[in-house]
Design a protein around this ligand. Structure first.
Ligand code: AMP
Ligand code: GLY
Length: 447
């Protein structure tokens, strides 16, 4: 099989690596990929802007052109933006199967209002909320409700659209900045204002196969399913002890040891099953991945958000635990045979701390050479997934804030943790920074 992966981050490196491990996969086309996929076995980076045959095309049109030209068997879409723009429809229209929902499903991430309306309609356990398009009404609502309270821009805002306001003033300022000052452009013109939930967060990534199974496209058979993967946890704050500013993710672990089977049962009953029911009733063609961002509250797990893709950096911790063929699983998602797919997970733990550029998440410099002592890294069994790295003059150099994740396995979490941190000591670039406590007690933010 020849498979295309859309995206350029650490998640896409992990997806490409997982696909390439399959004996049935001959080549993975990474569109555009990064410095990690450039060096990965069986992987080829293709940037549409370098292709004559995609001349004059931009964005998802150019990506689709590459997939068609390369005659790939199917495509896995990493990030949310191309999905929200309808890349799945375009690919299916060209006869190319896709792992990634069509635009209607992608709205569950692209619009917080759509997501909350869906959650409320189908009884998904979540925070109470109200949507506003008028700034004065939003200010009045916050004045009435008080703090803590959560202000969420409706549209996609690359992680900058949520303010957990601990004081009423912070909430009012967020409304002013999003709605009146237009800080996030269109994404902030409408706001969801939400009840503050306290607890500790986990991420559950899942495979989804929901699609009409007859030729008229009307009936959804009993083959539809959402299969959750092992639990994971991101660490979003920059500094040890969950301190400092929010980031795109400073490291992930899987599975999470402090989740009880009772909490997982409640997740299944109050979040997963109602989501599946909603997807069917809304007649979605949703064949791809979903990410449940969950707060474990004292009243049980509640859904904070859906992402219509795998999480980053959770993917870098979760995929190495697979004891099954990832390419086969993608085919099962597409073909509607996921229900019968034999999921097996390694008996052990993953730890994947992320190394970032000094200064991140604020200003940082790029272009520093990344040196990796492969022998030491290999001894620890660690896989380095590159996120913000590219090849320049044959050298791997930094090109982003989150540079790489050191993903290790261990029979115990402690072993996985030791392996990751030993491996990170064999990696260096100027101003490299990483948290030392990923997965340790006190590392997870507790709201
Ligand atoms: P979201 O994009 O909705 O997941 O929000 C981003 C982050 O904001 C989450 O990962 C939580 O840490 C926090 N957050 C979102 N909603 C709430 C809430 N209702 N209560 C407390 N924290 C929240
Ligand atoms: N780790 C959170 C996300 O991927 O959005």
């Amino acid at each position: 099989m020849k498979i295309a992966v859309i995206g350029s981050g650490g998640r896409e490196h992990a997806i490409s690596w997982a696909l390439a491990k399959s004996d049935k996969v001959e080549q993975v086309i990474c569109i555009p990929g990064n410095g990690g996929t450039a060096k990965e076995a069986k992987c080829t980076n293709i940037n549409p802007s370098d292709c004559d045959y995609a001349e004059g095309l931009t964005g998802i049109d150019a990506m689709v052109q590459v997939c068609a030209y390369e005659k790939v068997d199917f495509v896995v879409v990493g990030p949310e933006d191309p999905l929200a723009l309808g890349i799945s429809e375009q690919l299916w229209n060209c006869g190319i199967p896709v792992v990634g929902p069509k635009a209607k499903g992608a709205e569950l991430e692209a619009s917080k209002d759509v997501a909350k309306t869906f959650m409320q309609k189908y009884g998904v356990a979540c925070a109470e909320s109200k949507t506003f398009t008028n700034a004065k009404e939003a200010h009045d609502y916050v004045a009435q409700k008080g703090a803590p309270i959560v202000i969420k821009a409706d549209g996609l805002a690359a992680g900058k659209g949520v303010v957990v306001a601990l004081t009423e003033q912070d909430a009012q300022d967020a409304i002013t900045s999003f709605m009146e000052d237009g800080k996030l452009g269109e994404a902030g013109k409408s706001l969801v204002i939400e009840e503050y939930l306290s607890g500790v967060e986990i991420s559950i990534l899942a495979a989804v196969s929901v699609a009409p199974n007859d030729k008229c496209g009307q009936s959804y058979g009993d083959n539809v399913t959402i299969v959750p993967f092992v639990t994971a946890r991101d660490h979003k704050r920059l500094l040890d002890g969950a301190k400092g500013p929010n980031t795109g993710g400073m490291g992930a672990i899987a599975p999470v040891q402090d989740v009880t089977s009772e909490q997982l049962d409640l997740f299944n009953k109050n979040i997963l099953q109602p989501t599946l029911k909603g997807m069917i009733e809304e007649k979605m063609d949703y064949r791809g991945f979903i990410f449940f961002g969950i707060m474990l509250t004292k009243d049980g797990p509640k859904l904070l958000e859906y992402n219509v893709r795998l999480g980053d950096p959770e993917t870098q911790a979760v995929l190495p635990l697979m004891d099954f063929d990832f390419a086969d699983m993608c085919k099962a998602i597409i073909n509607g045979t996921l229900k019968d797919f034999d999921f097996k997970w390694k008996d052990g733990f993953s730890c994947a701390p992320v190394a970032v550029s000094g200064g991140y998440p604020e200003e940082y410099k790029k272009g520093y050479e990344i040196s990796i002592n492969s022998e030491t890294v290999e001894k620890t069994g660690t896989k380095i997934f590159i996120a913000g790295g590219k090849i320049e003059n044959d050298k791997l150099v930094t090109s982003g804030g989150r540079v790489l994740a050191a993903s290790s396995f261990g029979k115990t979490f402690d072993e996985a943790w030791q392996n990751s941190y030993k491996a990170l000591e064999a990696v260096s670039f100027t101003d490299m920074f990483y948290r030392k406590d990923i997965g340790l007690p006190g590392a997870a933010e507790s709201l």
